[in-house]
Ligand binder design. Structure first.
Ligand SMILES: Nc1ncnc2c1ncn2[C@@H]1O[C@H](COP(=O)(O)OP(=O)(O)OP(=O)(O)O)[C@@H](O)[C@H]1O
Ligand SMILES: [Mg+2]
Length: 453
């Protein structure tokens, strides 16, 4: 889906217009030629997907005035000005005011194409960030389970279908992949949402307690059971029982649970009373219980009983297209919480996000987004172990890391071009090279790369 970025080319000289149009089209751009600023202004809007190139000297509205009006329309729209010999001080002034670049006449086609290509890439990123921000904002209100990949869309559809049935559900997924989010949705999207959502972590309860916790007991059922206790299963009646880490449930409790699932009633420890239940069980496992090798001590009959419907949540590395949306969502949330700005998704950061394997899945990504918002070393490959230690980095360390990141971003945005990076950073050349050396940044790495991959 290669789309050709549009370039609005404004020049009152028909010959120059035609010549530049040809060079830009040869370089793969779609050119919209305009003979004056008025018609360009009439045609462009805030979400114009490309770059504006304009001659400075034109009758009526000149290039600088056009730039000023476009800037009011969208300050992020890149405008490249073409200037005659005498206009250079004025063009420099325009750069200070936010023009993307100026090109002095006479110039070669290559100079124009290069500048337009960089500006177009920058524009693409700005619009992508804008769209992501919008998507994350609107998604926030509507959905707790984000994701636009087919797997996630399918998962949401299935959830809608089965939420309000009483069918028991097994949720399979790696750590941090969203099992609890899914379990809660099954509850929230059902008439059972009026009842309790009772979560039991089968791995965290001591083996000696799990049965009385789950099934309840009569007073005197065992040593220490002074008072009668309603079990969690019974407490969930009319609502949803969420059995987390079901793979860690002790063998004796498994047998009892199987009976509860089959008979839809519970017999508290030390009692003969059968109490009928309006039960809905959602269990979650980090391993594939269907695989005998992984199942270990887990009872096969219980597995089959739970496996009426299994929802598998794919690990994040198998749905990487969802990463930008999730990142935008979590960084916005963190930015609001810490009262800081949300980081832009630069080409560099995007590449990092796609290269990483995310063994901690969505949870790991959420933590990474928080660290980015805090300006903590976001250029390093995210590591699951980092977050807490990194918060304790000293202010100078954080500033250093932030500076290095800004330089990397500038290099990435400008494909390693020194002049453009200097402009973007607003620092002298020598300072720039000193900083590259200090931070161990290799400019060549950025020059060789195709951005956005
Ligand atoms: N698709 C998603 N959209 C938005 N947030 C998500 C999504 N998936 C997971 N999260 C968030 O990621 C974090 C981890 O999710 P959750 O607790 O559901 O994972 P889990 O599979 O239960 O992990 P564990 O096995 O470690 O208990 C939570 O903060 C959750 O809100
Ligand atoms: Mg969980």
């Amino acid at each position: 889906m290669e789309i050709r970025p549009p370039v609005a080319f404004v020049d009152d000289d028909a010959e120059l217009r035609a010549a530049n149009q040809q060079s830009l089209e040869l370089a793969g751009f779609e050119v919209l030629p305009f003979a004056d600023a008025e018609s360009a202004l009439a045609a462009l809007d805030r979400d114009f997907a490309g770059v504006v190139v304009s001659d400075v000297r034109m009758p009526r509205i000149d290039g600088l005035e056009l730039f000023a009006r476009l800037k009011a329309l969208d300050p992020d729209l890149p405008v490249i000005l073409i200037t005659g010999h005498g206009d250079i001080p004025m063009a420099v002034e325009a750069l200070h005011n936010g023009a993307y670049d100026f090109i002095a006449k006479p110039y070669g086609a290559e100079r124009l194409v290069q500048s337009v290509a960089r500006a177009a890439e920058k524009r693409r990123l700005v619009l992508e960030n804008r769209a992501l921000r919008l998507a994350a904002e609107s998604a926030e209100e509507s959905l707790p389970l984000l994701g636009q990949t087919p797997a996630m869309q399918h998962l949401r559809r299935t959830l809608r279908h089965i939420a309000d049935t009483d069918v028991d559900v097994l949720i399979a997924g790696e750590t941090g992949s969203g099992k609890e989010v899914v379990a809660r949705l099954l509850h929230d999207w059902s008439r059972r949402s009026r009842g309790h959502f009772v979560a039991v972590n089968c791995g965290a309860l001591p083996e000696t307690m799990i049965e009385s916790e789950l099934f309840g007991h009569e007073a005197g059922a065992f040593t220490g059971a002074q008072k009668k206790r309603i079990g969690r299963i019974e407490h969930s009646s009319g609502g949803t029982l969420f059995l987390d880490e079901i793979e860690s449930m002790p063998a004796a409790a498994q047998v009892r649970l199987l009976r509860v699932l089959e008979q839809r009633e519970v017999v508290p420890l030390g009692s003969n009373e059968h109490r009928a239940l309006d039960l809905r069980v959602v269990a979650a496992a980090k391993i594939d219980l269907g695989d005998p090798a992984q199942r270990g001590d887990f009872r096969e009959d219980l597995y089959y009983r739970l496996n009426v419907v299994t929802l598998s949540i794919p690990p994040l590395r198998e749905r990487k297209e969802d990463i930008p949306l999730l990142f935008a969502h979590f960084s916005q949330r963190a930015a609001a919480r810490f009262k800081l700005g949300a980081p832009e998704l630069t080409a560099d950061l995007r590449r990092q996000l796609f290269q990483h394997d995310w063994p901690g899945n969505v949870r790991e990504l959420a933590h990474f987004a928080e660290r980015c918002v805090l300006g903590l070393n976001p250029s390093e490959a995210p590591s699951a172990a980092l977050p807490l230690a990194a918060v304790e980095a000293s202010l100078p360390e954080r500033l250093e890391a932030y500076e290095a990141e800004l330089i990397r971003q500038a290099l990435a945005a400008n494909a390693g071009d020194v002049r453009a990076s200097l402009e973007a950073l607003g620092i002298p050349r020598k300072t720039f090279y000193d900083k590259l050396a200090r931070h161990g940044i290799d400019r060549a790495e950025y020059a060789a790369r195709k951005d956005g991959e």
